[in-house]
Design a binder for this molecule. Structure first.
Ligand SMILES: Cc1cc2nc3c(=O)[nH]c(=O)nc-3n(C[C@H](O)[C@H](O)[C@H](O)COP(=O)(O)OP(=O)(O)OC[C@H]3O[C@@H](n4cnc5c(N)ncnc54)[C@H](O)[C@@H]3O)c2cc1C
Length: 407
């Protein structure tokens, strides 16, 4: 039997970030994941990139993760949003966000998920009070009055004051603790591919709203961009089955000509898209964080950012309680975290769901209204700046880590 302050189930980007935040705050932490690190660092495991908000980057700086990631990240200098059509003239309205307008160097940073994971694992290795257990799942949790007992699939038992599930959208721990979710599936699939292009992207991210769903082009290091192409499920299946030439032609048709010739490099990935939100984020001695608590449409590239905000808020609430000598795994403490994070998660989840419904169609009056909306938002400085701060994760009550301070 091992004794720690906090045991975390799930060593993905959220679980590892939380483990590092708590360990940096002086807690003893164990984090277990069934997948070995070598498997998740392989470039055939996850083809996605993440658009990290600048508040998330400040948190990675405060936790000493950023120096291990900076060289592999691409700053987003501008974002251009357009309402497009596959065939026919593009809408004359567009929305343009420029980092300089709100006095920041970058609106965020794009990093490949495998690089984020590598930076997290390397940081964790420097923390003697953080134990990373590879190749073992959390199988059972038994809350008691003052502790919670965790059983791992390798037969190990861990006793902690708090257990956190950062075990992803299907969260076995959330099921075990009987926390209910509201959920629905989108009739869309997220196609992801890395695309090499002739001309430099100059740090510009593009979001083209096409009738089947948003088509995002996210700048990566070099002359490369990551494509996050939301497509109707039936069309997506046909696109994924195309040969190389056919797939490249479909990409070029949607990309436009601004980056010159384009070519998909490496594998194509596809992700079924689903919405879910846990009705409660906490139970006695137990909390959810990241995708175990919420899963949103990738239209605004905010899913991981939302999870990282959970990390910052949970670390702050738990470390503050511990410093005051309070029970940091008790429901009084955990409810503070839930009050802080559940409403914000609900608001962003519904906003992204609404945006997807508004833009993923070709109904003429709706198209007219949304185009006018884009034009108006582009013309009004305060509205533009509000959206930029939103994308940067710099609104609402920010946890200390997201201001760049210690947790
Ligand atoms: C197409 C697409 C594009 C996206 N783009 C962006 C973006 O640009 N920006 C952004 O912010 N977000 C983006 N997201 C969302 C983002 O990828 C997720 O929100 C994020 O990966 C969630 O991380 P997580 O650590 O919570 O969960 P996961 O990455 O799912 O990690 C969960 C971990 O838990 C482990 N696990 C499972 N069961 C157990 C168990 N019983 N015990 C222990 N461990 C267990 C798993 O092995 C896994 O390692 C995108 C999502 C999609 C689908």
């Amino acid at each position: 039997m091992t004794d720690v302050d906090v045991v975390i189930g799930g060593g993905g980007m959220v679980g590892m970030s939380l483990a590092i935040a708590l360990a940096r705050g002086g807690m003893s932490v164990a984090v277990a994941d069934p997948l070995p690190q070598a498997a998740v660092l392989d470039d055939r495991f996850d083809g996605r990139v993440s658009a990290l908000s600048y508040a998330a980057v400040r948190m990675f700086e405060a936790l000493g993760i950023w120096p291990r990631l900076a060289a592999d990240a691409q700053p987003i200098r501008d974002i251009l949003v357009t309402d497009g059509r596959l065939d026919g003239p593009p809408s004359p309205f567009s929305l343009h966000f420029d980092a300089a307008e709100i006095g920041v160097e970058a609106l965020g940073q794009i990093a490949e998920n495998r690089h984020i994971r590598a930076a997290l694992f390397a940081t964790a290795e420097t923390l003697p009070n953080l134990r990373v257990i590879q190749g073992a799942a959390l199988e059972n949790l038994e809350p008691q009055a003052a502790r919670i007992a965790a059983t791992l699939s390798n037969g190990e038992h861990i006793d902690a004051q708090l257990a956190v599930a950062a075990d992803g959208r299907d969260s076995p721990m959330r099921e075990l603790m009987e926390l209910q979710v509201v959920s629905w599936s989108y009739p869309q699939v997220g196609i992801v591919a890395t695309v090499e292009h002739e001309k430099p992207h100059k740090g510009v991210a593009y979001e083209h709203f096409l009738p089947s769903g948003p088509f995002a082009i996210l700048p990566m290091t070099g002359n490369r961009s990551s494509l996050v192409w939301t497509e109707r499920a039936d069309i997506a299946a046909a696109m994924l089955a195309l040969d190389e030439a056919g797939f490249n032609a479909e990409i070029a048709r949607r990309f436009g000509k601004h980056l010159g010739a384009t070519e998909a490099a490496g594998p194509r990935w596809s992700y079924p898209l689903k919405f879910h939100l846990a009705r409660s984020f906490v139970a006695p001695r137990f909390a959810l964080a990241g995708d175990s608590a919420h899963g949103i449409h990738p239209i605004a590239g905010q899913g991981l950012n939302l999870g990282l905000k959970d990390v910052a808020a949970l670390a702050e609430v738990v470390l503050d309680a511990a410093q005051l000598g309070l029970d940091f795994g008790g429901l009084d403490t955990l409810r503070k975290y839930e009050r802080w994070r559940r409403f914000d998660s609900l608001a962003l989840s519904l906003a992204t769901d609404g945006l997807n419904r508004l833009f993923s169609n070709d109904i003429a009056p709706v198209r007219l209204l949304r185009d006018l909306g884009l034009g108006i938002a582009d013309a009004i400085g305060p509205a533009r700046r509000f959206f930029m701060r939103h994308a940067g994760g710099d609104i609402g009550k920010l946890p200390r880590l997201m201001k760049g301070e210690a947790a």
